[in-house]
Write a protein that binds this ligand. Structure first.
Ligand code: DX5
Ligand code: ZN
Length: 222
């Protein structure tokens, strides 16, 4: 069974105080820190890149779960590897031609490869990446259109999660977008084990309670 990983999305943190925000989330029980890297091209928003990951790495040993919402993920492998990223999750929509090379390079830089898909992308598109001889180790199912925090969870994406869990009992399956106390039940019962949550965690008066509720929901559903 794939263990629960709760990953607060640092996109909802105070970027001007990133190190202390990260420490705060870890002290609240976060397993991973989800880092949303956007290029203003693949998505209509621009966030952080390797220099910020490198700075944060000096303050924490935590698993930095990097989600690449960029048009050319290959260009980011080397700098993110050097910066100390842990997971490197690229989008299948922009990697149809070169995912094998991408996965190989990600692994050679000591990072863990994952693949993400947008709401409109059929789940079948990731199967070859999970089943190949050099497979990705995580599938991220977007439950909102990528680009911004604080959007509404799309329950119809749970069919993708169920399908993946049926096919791959021990794969890391991550959900991202609109997760919180009112939606975690759907994601957990569908079989997701890695939970990204931005606004529901950072916006809560007691983020530690939200983190532990998310974890409990995943564990109870397993
Ligand atoms: C959206 C990002 C998410 C976002 C989630 O494009 O990939 O990680 O920060 O934020 P919430 O949990 O607020 O939907
Ligand atoms: Zn994300």
């Amino acid at each position: 069974m794939a263990p629960a990983k709760i990953a607060p999305s640092m996109l909802s943190s105070d970027f001007a105080n990133l190190a202390s925000e990260a420490q705060r989330m870890l002290s609240f029980g976060a397993d991973w820190l989800h880092m949303d890297i956007m290029d203003g091209h693949f998505v209509p928003n621009l966030t952080i890149g390797a220099p910020v990951i490198e700075s944060l790495r000096k303050h924490t040993n935590a698993y930095l779960d990097c989600h690449l919402m960029v048009t050319n993920p290959l260009d980011y492998v080397e700098p993110l590897g050097k910066a100390g990223a842990s997971g490197f999750t690229f989008h299948v929509e922009v990697s149809k031609e070169n995912w094998q090379e991408l996965v190989e390079r990600i692994r050679s830089k000591g990072m863990r490869p994952g693949v993400a898909l947008k709401p409109g992308t059929p789940i079948e598109e990731v199967y070859p990446l999970v089943e190949g001889k050099n497979p990705v180790e995580m599938v991220l199912v977007m439950t909102v259109e990528p680009g911004f925090g604080g959007q509404k969870f799309m329950p119809e994406m749970m069919d993708k999660v169920r399908e993946l869990r049926k096919r791959y009992p021990s794969l890391d399956i991550e959900v991202d977008g609109g997760l919180g106390p009112s939606t975690i039940g759907m994601a957990a019962s569908a079989g997701a084990n890695c939970i990204v949550a931005g606004s529901s965690v950072f916006g809560a008066p007691k983020p530690e309670q939200v983190i532990s509720l998310l974890r409990k929901s995943v564990e109870e559903a397993q």
